[in-house]
Design a binder for this molecule. Sequence first.
Ligand code: NAD
Ligand code: UDP
Length: 310
Amino acid sequence: MEKILVTGGAGFLGSHLCERLLSEGHDVLCVDNFFTGSKHNIAHLMSNPYFEVMRHDVTFPLYVEVDQIYNLACPASPVHYQFDPVQTTKTSVHGAINMLGLAKRVKARILQASTSEVYGDPEIHPQIEEYWGRVNPVGIRSCYDEGKRCAETLFFDYFRQHQLRIKVVRIFNTYGPRMHPNDGRVVSNFIVQALKGDDITIYGDGAQSRSFCYVDDLIEVIIRMMDSAQDFTGPVNIGNPGEFTMLELAEKILRLSGSHSKIVFKPLPQDDPKQRQPNINLAKEKLGWEPKVNLEDGLKETIAYFAKML
Ligand code: NAD
Ligand code: UDP
């Protein structure tokens, strides 16, 4: 049994990770400021004596004794990370410094939840880890993209300078139960709109693409990465290479939910990446992992979750 800290543990991915780590017999400390996370996501874990929750903002130092740290704290949807962009950068940068400092003090292994956003609007397709990205440093997405890029820099400097045991994963769009219904991400937006009979809002012409990974596949590979050989630091892409346009996604969700909502087109937000697809060869080779859940099956689970919630 290891003592494991999950920052952002009350969020979408964090709550699934806490659940999985507890089921494997670990002692889990969930740290969250509840900006986008909620107690509802972790309510079912509260009766477990090996689960502990601490309300704390990672931009402030934290003193606890743990063996592993999964650093997930950071709002992930454009609507939420653009709400208070200065706080978003602080969360990524000060949060990384505080968690790396903690890892250094207690000699813990530490994993950073980085993102495909470090590639910005990419000219290389599919994206490989060696690609340095094309990111606007002064746009409305920069607080998130550059914050996450700086966090990666800090992780690798702590690795080189202090020999910390770091792990960096670059997560591509992930979806599933416990996504926030109003967080503006495309899968939750389309499903909620379809279930309510509201218009499905496609931004731009809907030809932009994303690759969607079901949450269970993602949690599996995050844990494999934490437990991987010590000399494997990443960064490693994790996601499902199946690539779909937003128009295809909307049509799938309409069909699977049996909805009669109509599709409407809205302006494309600034710096919205045109295409995104992970090359996951490195994850396959080093972690023996590839996603198992296809988009239709994952969407069915997610639609069922939102149908119950609404
Ligand atoms: P989420 O918004 O559901 O979860 C983030 C959690 O962090 C929330 O519980 C929130 O309250 C908490 N948080 C935010 N700021 C904090 C702070 N300053 N101190 C403490 N807690 C704070 O998002 P998610 O989808 O679960 O994403 C989790 C992590 O994975 C994020 O770091 C995100 O950047 C990364 N990621 C997610 C995706 C995805 O598709 N879901 C893709 C790439 C990267
Ligand atoms: N999008 C959309 N309609 C919505 C929400 C999002 O067409 O109601 C588009 C958005 O412009 C982007 C894609 O869906 O091109 C994915 O958006 P999301 O915010 O989920 O993720 P990210 O852009 O960060 O990959």
